[in-house]
Design a protein around this ligand. Structure first.
Ligand SMILES: [Zn+2]
Length: 396
């Protein structure tokens, strides 16, 4: 297996056991989720080194990833724009609002980052097939990267997932399993499928150490695009927690390497119909309690028992951030307002971060001189029907 120089192996998030990189998934001692570790002293990277590289893909930060660019399964994901939105800054009463438009990834979502790194790991481990349950975008991304690597892909998506997600799994040649019900049902069907096929390599969030690892690159880019100043706040739409866990780790790493001085306050944005992380924050708990009847139009956020909740809660508390949940109509309204005032297209689930930013501004969480980044984790095109139906409800 070809790895980068500083990559030191894997560490169990639960029991702290150090595990070699040959281990592919969970901790052999306790079953906890694993996290890549690095010898940071061996990483030679500075502002100038990076400035000399083209801004062309997340693999320009390969020193901070487990695998070198030469062996990466990549379709040039990442390197997405950070767009200034002065009208939104006026509305929120802050100095600057920027939207990190990760909808402009190869399959139209942030999940491409983690899928690229995790499918690279699968190929390095000699897997023939990858499999995962997903709310939608993750399945589409996995099918795309598996196709690129010549691997089989088995995706389990709940029937409520978007048409584009399901269609594109098929288009990439993946095995698309539509599971009646919601995300929990898809997880169950995936577990049954895996029991029958012990050679399937799981790409389920936090089963593989590499999806949350790939999610780190989003923060490296934001920091570099702001010339290595750190935004005061980042609002991130939060489902299973992969994205926010990656953000938090990346922010700590670049500070450790002396590339930045600060950490951003991290805010998890959820929908009121499924907000286990916001509820845990409000109630002062260290872990979520599963949402019994999740119900939101934001399919990517309908994760009633997020596997990453403990780490997300820890990151929010460490960075003095917070959580915010808003109602579906407000979320769709935010998507439309952003589309009409900035020209950018947010997927409804990511519009929860915009709607959440408005709510946080109303609560007085931001100061007038602050810079706020809203992350758009998916292209609005994927769910144009949902966005347009909101307009129809207004009689347009
Ligand atoms: Zn362990």
């Amino acid at each position: 297996m070809e790895t980068t120089d500083a990559f030191a192996g894997l560490e169990c998030v639960d029991c702290g056991a150090a595990v070699g990189a040959a281990e592919s998934h969970r901790c052999p001692d306790c079953g906890g989720s694993l996290d890549p570790t690095y010898d940071y002293g061996a990483i030679e990277i500075d502002h100038e080194t990076l400035a000399d590289r083209p801004f062309d893909s997340q693999w320009r930060y390969a020193e901070l990833l487990p695998f070198p660019r030469e062996s990466a399964v990549t379709t040039a994901e990442g390197a997405t724009p950070l767009v200034d939105c002065p009208d939104l800054a006026d509305e929120l009463g802050v100095e600057r609002v920027l939207i990190k438009d990760d909808g402009r990834n190869p399959t139209g979502s942030s999940t491409d980052r983690g899928a690229s790194v995790a499918v690279t790991a699968a190929a390095e481990h000699g897997a023939s097939d990858v499999a995962l349950p997903s709310t939608g975008n993750g399945g589409q991304a996995a099918a795309a990267y598996a196709a690129r690597a010549g691997l089989g892909a088995h995706a389990y998506l709940p029937s409520r997932s978007g048409f584009t997600n399901k269609a594109m799994v098929n288009v990439h040649g993946g095995d698309m399993n539509v599971v009646g019900g919601r995300f929990g049902d898809a997880v169950g069907a995936f577990a049954e499928g895996r029991d029958e096929h012990d050679d399937w390599y799981s790409l389920r969030s936090f089963d593989t150490p590499y999806r949350h690892e790939g999610a780190k690159t989003l923060f490296y880019e934001i920091a570099e695009q702001l010339e290595w100043s750190v935004p005061d706040a980042i609002c991130y739409p939060t489902g299973d927690g992969v994205g926010l866990v990656g953000l938090a780790k990346a922010a700590t790493e670049v500070r450790k390497l002396g590339l930045t001085d600060d950490l951003p306050a991290l805010y998890a944005a959820q929908a009121s119909g499924c907000a286990p992380i916001v509820e845990a924050l409000d109630e002062g708990r260290d872990e979520h309690e599963p949402v019994e009847h999740p119900d939101t139009i934001c399919g990517e956020l309908e994760v009633p028992a997020p596997a990453g909740s403990q780490r997300v809660l820890e990151a929010i508390r460490e960075t003095d951030g917070g959580g915010v949940a808003t109602d579906d109509p407000d979320i769709l309204e935010a998507a439309v307002r952003v589309a009409q005032s900035t020209g950018l297209e947010l997927i409804p689930s990511a519009a929860a971060a915009a709607s959440g930013a408005w709510e946080l501004a109303e609560r007085g969480e931001f100061d007038g001189d602050e810079t706020v980044v809203i992350v758009n984790t998916g292209s609005g095109n994927k769910e144009a029907d949902v966005l347009r139906s909101h307009l129809m409800g207004q009689g347009v």
